[in-house]
Design a binder for this molecule. Structure first.
Ligand code: G6P
Length: 607
């Protein structure tokens, strides 16, 4: 989500850091900062806002020197502010960090008990305290101090650490957050993304999971967290700068489709308690005794996520749920008030209709919970409570990773409410949470096998229209599949509840209509198979999205995409993936502007 750049060499570091961070701007951020060593100590300059604001500050407070670290922050723990901007400095130690420290609450308590004073709300500052504690205890080698501090930390992270007492060295560590080292002549670079340093060097070492890297002007040393040395040859990057921004993918959308296992894992980090069979929602505590129903309001893809939420939450908690389009609900003089929990779902947190609906709900006395991907955006600020998905900035206009992380949020909310309403018993919760934790790997298996969807897209991409069918929690996925396809390929597509097909869309079916049927194993499997047979009987072309091991589907579908199995409530998180890939490849085949489809905007802040 955030951007990291580090430099050790003979040139002025600040310029290199700011230029590098500028190349990462496309990823989205809300504050920026540098720490540069000069004459015995490092100077930290940082502020809320864009790089231009940092540059202005640097004119007033120059930071000369040739060893430094720089960061752009996309807030996850603690609001965007000057104090929460990185680097964080404690004693002689400065730290920048991407990712999330999962055990930050316990660490904060432990450090506070030892007398540490905190100057920010971030989890990052805690790591600076941990390293500084090691240095104070007498560890002179920065790599050893970082290694000792890492032993205390769980989560997904990339850190870069600088010590005023040894400005010749930067130490970085990586666990499930990207990091590269760029090799120069008498100078070396660290970055969270190749793009940041591509104008400086094309010789890159990709740091792997569980590695610490010690970087000086003329040496780069890799080791694992136990101190065992590792070696790796640098790679020469031939990508253009634009290709590098997309990590080698042709479009941001494809990159974001592939990022989903990661963003889902990030959204789960620190929230699942497998010992207590429960989940934590960033301090949000909902008591089902205090409300009689839940009303979801949202737009676009967030509306589809809410429809899945209805299914999950009703199933797990038996609390009645209604879902409405914000633009409809707000003008209906909605019947809402005390005793209702209104959940506003918005990736951007800025959508005008959703915001107006939140105002309406609050004015009528309902409690409002916001689910958003952008910390401190308008809707969470307006709401009474908020919890966040951690998809990271989404660049492609067609939402993909924001959607699957919203589905994770729905599952977490469902477990939270189900445990508190008493409907979801511990053994079932345990099973579901276990399945949740297995999702990232299953998602990776699916997105890695995109070639099959590419082939299907080539066979059916010339069609004038598509129909998507699903039942239960798969009905909103049919809607989302149709939305994705029309958004980026401009092919007309309809999503329909499979049971409703006979009341209308069946008239459309002939040999030219591809029908994508979501038919994973589950309680309505047989019903959907019957609907599928009705399509087949009218020569419709059936693309079935089914569960691996389903031997019955073979004879009745033209194409079958097999997915790993999971709990019924979680199946939408898997079944949407082939639909995203199908839309992407159909659009790619047609040559449309996938990342910025005509007439669409990423964030709709007008009515
Ligand atoms: C726009 C975007 C969609 C998004 C919708 C709602 O139409 O193109 O991808 O689903 O707005 O946005 P929100 O930020 O409120 O989730």
């Amino acid at each position: 989500m955030c951007g990291i750049v580090g430099y050790v060499g003979a040139r002025q570091a600040t310029l290199i850091l700011v230029n590098g961070l500028r190349k990462l701007e496309y990823r989205g951020y809300d504050s920026a900062g540098v720490a540069v060593w000069n004459d015995g100590q490092s100077r930290v300059v940082r502020c809320r806002g864009k790089l231009a604001a940092l540059e202005e500050k640097l004119i007033k407070e120059p930071a000369p020197g040739s060893t430094g670290i720089g960061h752009t922050r996309w807030a996850t723990h603690g609001r965007p502010s000057d104090e929460n901007a990185h680097p964080h400095k404690v004693g002689s130690i400065s730290v920048i960090h991407n990712g999330i420290i999962e055990n930050h609450l316990a660490l904060r308590q432990e450090l506070a008990a030892g007398g540490s004073k905190f100057t920010s709300e971030t989890d990052t500052e805690l790591f600076a305290h941990l390293v500084e504690r090691e240095v104070r205890k007498g560890t002179t080698d920065l790599t050893a101090a970082v290694r000792a501090a890492l032993a205390k930390v769980h989560g997904a992270y990339a850190f870069v650490v600088m010590n005023d007492k040894d400005p010749s060295t930067l130490v970085a560590a990586k666990n499930a957050s990207p990091m590269v080292v760029g090799l120069g002549d008498g100078e070396n670079f660290i970055a969270s993304d190749v793009t940041a340093i591509l104008s400086e060097t094309r010789k890159i070492i990709f740091v792997e999971e569980g590695e610490i890297v010690t970087v000086t002007r003329d040496k780069v040393t890799l080791s694992d967290f136990d101190g065992k040395p590792r070696t790796r040859e640098p790679k020469t990057i031939t990508w253009s700068a634009t290709q590098a921004e997309k990590a080698g993918f042709k479009h941001y959308m494809l990159k974001e489709i592939h990022e989903q296992p990661r963003s889902v894992a990030d959204t789960l980090v620190g929230r699942v308690d497998l010992e207590k069979d429960d989940v934590y929602l960033d301090g949000v505590e909902l008591d089902p005794k205090k409300f009689k129903r839940i009303i979801f309001i949202a737009c676009g893809t967030s509306y589809h996520a809410s429809l899945v939420g209805e299914f999950i939450i009703e199933a797990l908690s038996r609390i009645p749920v209604e879902v409405d389009l914000a633009s409809e609900w707000r003008y209906r003089d909605p019947i809402v008030g005390p005793g209702d929990l209104v959940v506003a779902v918005s990736q951007s947190g800025e959508t005008a209709d959703t915001m107006a609906a939140v105002r309406e709900a609050k004015a009528k006395g309902a409690q409002v919970l916001a689910i958003s991907n952008v910390l401190e955006s308008s809707i969470p600020r307006l709401a009474d409570m908020a919890f966040y998905t951690h998809a990271g900035p989404e660049i492609g206009v067609a939402s993909t990773k924001a959607f699957t992380t919203q589905l994770i949020a729905m599952a977490l909310l469902g477990v939270h409410l189900g445990r508190r309403s008493g409907h979801l018993k511990a053994p079932q919760a345990r099973e579901l949470l276990h399945e949740l934790m297995l999702l990232p790997q299953k998602m990776k298996d699916i997105v890695d096998s995109g070639a099959q969807l590419q082939a299907i897209a080539r066979r059916y991409g010339h069609a004038k229209g598509f129909l998507f069918l699903g039942r239960g929690a798969q009905y909103p996925i049919a809607l989302e599949g149709a939305l994705k396809l029309k958004e980026i390929s401009y092919i007309h597509a309809e999503g329909y509840a499979a049971g409703e097909m006979k009341h209308g869309p069946i008239a459309l079916i002939d040999e030219n209509l591809p029908v994508v049927v979501l038919v994973p194993r589950g309680p309505v499997y047989d019903k959907v198979v019957s609907n599928l047979a009705e399509v087949r009987a009218r020569q419709g072309k059936v693309v079935a999205i089914a569960t691996r091991g389903d031997v019955d589907i073979g004879g009745i579908a033209d194409e079958i995409v097999m997915l790993p199995d999971t709990a019924v409530e979680l199946q939408p998180i898997l079944t949407v993936l082939p639909l995203q890939l199908l839309s992407y490849y159909v659009a790619d085949f047609k040559g449309t502007d996938i990342d910025q489809p005509r007439n669409l905007a990423k964030s709709v802040t007008v009515e």
